[in-house]
Design a protein around this ligand. Sequence first.
Ligand code: WQD
Length: 340
Amino acid sequence: MKSRIIVTGGLGFIGSHTVVALHEAGFEPIIIDNLSNSRLSALDGIENLIGFRPQFAQIDVNDAFALKQLFEEVKPQAVIHFAAFKAVGESVEKPLMYYRNNVGGLITLLEMMKETGIKDVVFSSSCTVYGEPSEIPVKESTETKPAESPYGATKQMGEVILKDNSSWCNTQCLRYFNPIGAHPSAEIGELPLGVPNNLIPYLTQTVAGIRKSLTVFGSDYDTPDGTCIRDYIHVVDLAEAHVSAVKRLLDQSYADSFEVFNIGTGNGSTVLEVIQGFEKATGLPVPHTIGDRRAGDVVKVWAETTKVENVLGWKAKRNLETMLKDAWNWQKKLSERADN
Ligand code: WQD
């Protein structure tokens, strides 16, 4: 009997890749998603990829009754919780919507888990909790800073809520750096809904001719080429980190009932290095201009990976070139679909 893992937000960018990785690792992923920021086509992509259509329920994590019914029916061994709004800018415009959904949704999920005896959860957190880090590279012990957006605040609150429930709930808290790319099959990837906020989807849409030009937000920062530095991580590497975390929960090999891991590569790349890397990897030019800084941007952040490698036993395998090639592959597939 395969261990059943509920994946909330399982049709989203990271969620869909994690569903595939769970299946490949011998687990039975069960997807819940309210389709507010995803499409059912992601389920078709997952089916094409693994030759099997995982169980899917269109449920909002704020719907306690529906959650409880599903938990009682499925009796999962663990939950991976992705379902949350994630646009930093939008969270500034609509803070209450973010607190209701991201914090309220987590509370409802935990209440229903507790009522049905499910005690293991992997939580989707973010390097955003470090703000402008006080040390570089950031360790899990690096101090967190007051959030610079309601989105970041909801991630910090989520960690506090889970820590405060560690008497009955075991948490693997994964702080993601910058997930990019797509599955090499191009069957699943980041679905662009509206104008992309993030660098890679905007870049690939520019190269595809959907956007006129990429604006580099500032080139006067204290970095080698003046542009901001991030730790970009392949979304398939990130998905595989979730499988490692689930195994750690089910094996009960965690040292504490609330554990934090930085899920990054340990390498930082500037925006211009990403642009140059894309041009080198694909042979395609990226039309871009240098513009003003974007409010709220952190100058530099990348992960210190000793703990995640030595304790969780996970290490990123894919380099920036692969990430960019896979991102472009996915964009081409989307353009083909749009043309059909
Ligand atoms: C990366 C770099 C921009 C767009 C955010 C969230 C984080 C996570 C990932 C959810 C920055 C520059 C970007 C553009 C640019 N989200 N950039 N032109 O801001 O590091 O992280 O998304 O978990 O929590 O904070 O990612 O891709 O938006 O920006 O120059 O058109 O690219 O200034 O330096 P970010 P990003």
